[in-house]
Structure formats: C-alpha cells, structure tokens
Write a protein that binds this ligand. Structure first.
Ligand code: UDP
Ligand code: MN
Length: 291
C-alpha cells in the first residue's frame, strides 16, 4: 500500500480511520479546512469523508486533493423522511446559494425539535462502515473514529485511541449540557463503572460520538453493527455501542479519563443579512470565489 505523504506512514502502526460526515452550508469549507489541518499532524491516518449529498461536490473534492492526507471520498444523501427540513437543496451547488441557506436557517429555527433530535450523519457513517468492511481485512490493523466536522480535536486524542483493542472511551468537553461528560472509573480495577452524564443518564452508553473509538478488527468482526434511524435522539452512540461491547469491556484512555482531549464545539451559523440583501438585487459577494 503506497501511502501519500509517506513520512507520516509507519506500516507497522495501526491506521486511524477518521470518519467524517459533512454537508453543504456556508461554514463547510471553514470546518473542513480546520479539521483537515488538524488531521495533517496525525501519522497513519486515513480520512473517510462522506458527503450528505447526491453527488461529490467540487468543494470537498478540491479540499481533499489539496491536503496531503490519505483519504476516501464517499457520498450518500440522507433519505427524505430523515432529512432536516429545508436541507433538500444542500447538495446541489458548489457556491452556496445564500437564498436557500437563509430559508434553511429560518426553517431550522422553526424546527428546533427536528434540529436537536433528528439523527445526523446516520447514512454517512453507515456508508463508511460498509466501505471498511468491503475494503479491509482482519490483517489490517486500525481503529475507527467518528470525527464530526465541527468538533475541536487535540492531537493527543489520536495517540490515545491508536492502540484500541476493541472499544476505547474518554471524556468529551462541552456536551450533554455539561462542561464535560466522562466515564467514571474504579481506579483499583481500571474499569468503567459509570458515567457523570446529566442529560438522559439512563442511556446505556451516555457518551458522545467523539468520546470513543473502535478497533478495525472489531468493526469487521461485528459485521452487522450499524447506526439506525429508529433510535431516539441522542441514542445513536448507545445504539452502536450496544452492538459492539459491554460497559465492563471498555478501555478507558486519556489518563484514566482525567484529560479532556476533544470538545463538542458547534459553529454558530453566520448572519448573512447583507448577503441576502445583495441576492435580492441579483448580486453575490462570492461570484467566482469558493468561500
Ligand atoms: N451532518 C450531515 N448532514 C446533516 C447534518 C449534519 O452530514 O444534515 C454531519 C455534520 O457535518 C457533522 C455530523 O453530521 O459532521 C453531526 O452533525 P452536527 O455536528 O450538526 O450534530 P451535533 O453537533 O448536533 O451532534
Ligand atoms: Mn456537531
């Protein structure tokens, strides 16, 4: 396997497969630029980017081409009943259509329930799982991490997850209505015995997507494990983890879960009021520019 940017490639070390669903919106390029420039510092990394779209966009294609990352570029559109209201036209253009974006934002405002509880990235993460199961074998050493495009990642979190045997866990900052959601350990046994979560603490695994990684071999072994739509909001993590492991087997990382190395940040949507005024006059500020 000839890897791009070979100085960062150790054929003996496990590969981190970072799985990132992404969708067209005004901040998309900024998010993916920031994430890609984090990932460029991680050795043995393979970025699987899955667009929530009917086809690959040139924005994502060009961005991937500019990075020196090993990558796989996939696309699959979220099916209509699960698509966020107003997001129908997200995928079509390369230059964002700000009129559509504005409608989407208004519609998101009026659909707060769907905004918070509609599962996001289900179809895209499943596409990545299918790709891994089709293209990798039990001889491949690796670890799979669901890295959303808007979170903030310390480089250390990738070191922590790399030697995951089955499923590893660690704290995530700024999620679940808390400063940090984290596993609670029995320090004598080093095992996870509980969680500190406040929102729906009855979740079987009350943990964010950014707070766990799964070994590639385990993904291949548990070949039926997928994300699903018929799962209550905020239960995607529990749904997949229940198919993969039990609490007793979790491997705590980040100094016995005492370090916060990833944050569930969310980017504020930009206010495009002036742009919308221009658009009403048939003008765009970004003519001929990819923003
Ligand atoms: N996402 C997507 N399609 C959508 C909404 C979100 O592919 O319609 C992606 C998004 O880019 C991100 C992941 O799914 O990588 C999780 O979405 P988001 O960050 O909005 O969820 P939250 O922060 O609320 O968990
Ligand atoms: Mn997010």
């Amino acid at each position: 396997m000839c890897q791009r940017d070979c100085q960062h490639w150790d054929p003996e070390a496990p590969v981190i497969y970072a799985v990132t669903p992404t969708y067209a919106r005004p901040v998309q390029k900024a998010e993916l630029t920031r994430l890609s420039q984090t990932l460029m510092h991680v050795s043995n990394l393979h970025w699987i980017v899955i667009e929530d779209a009917v086809k690959k966009s040139s924005l994502v294609e060009n961005l991937l081409a500019r990075t020196n990352l090993n990558h796989t570029h996939l696309f699959v559109q979220t099916p209509v009943p699960y698509r966020r209201k107003g997001s129908v036209n997200y995928s079509i253009t390369n230059n964002c259509d700000f009129f559509i974006t504005n409608i989407i934002m208004i519609s998101m405002f009026f659909n707060l329930f769907s905004f918070f509880f509609q599962p996001r990235g289900v179809e895209q993460r499943n596409a990545a799982l299918r790709w891994l199961r089709k293209n990798k074998t039990m001889n491949d050493k690796g670890v799979v991490y669901f890295a959303d495009d808007d979170n903030s990642y310390s480089l250390q979190v990738f070191d922590e997850m790399r030697y995951t045997k089955e499923v590893s866990v660690w704290p995530v900052g700024l999620v679940g209505g808390l400063m940090v959601e984290k596993p609670i350990l029995n320090l004598t046994t080093g095992k996870v015995v509980g969680w500190n979560s406040a929102w729906r603490p009855d979740r079987p695994f009350p943990i964010d997507m950014a707070g766990f990684a799964i070994s590639l071999q385990h993904i291949l072994k548990k070949s039926k494990a997928y994300f699903a739509y018929n799962v209550s909001g905020g239960f995607q993590e529990s749904h997949i983890l229940q198919q993969l492991t039990v609490r007793e087997n979790l491997e705590p990382k980040a100094d016995n879960c005492t370090q916060v190395l990833v944050w569930h940040t969310r980017t504020e949507g930009p206010r495009l009021t002036e742009e919308n005024k221009l658009i009403a006059r048939g003008i765009h500020s970004d003519v001929g520019l990819e923003v």
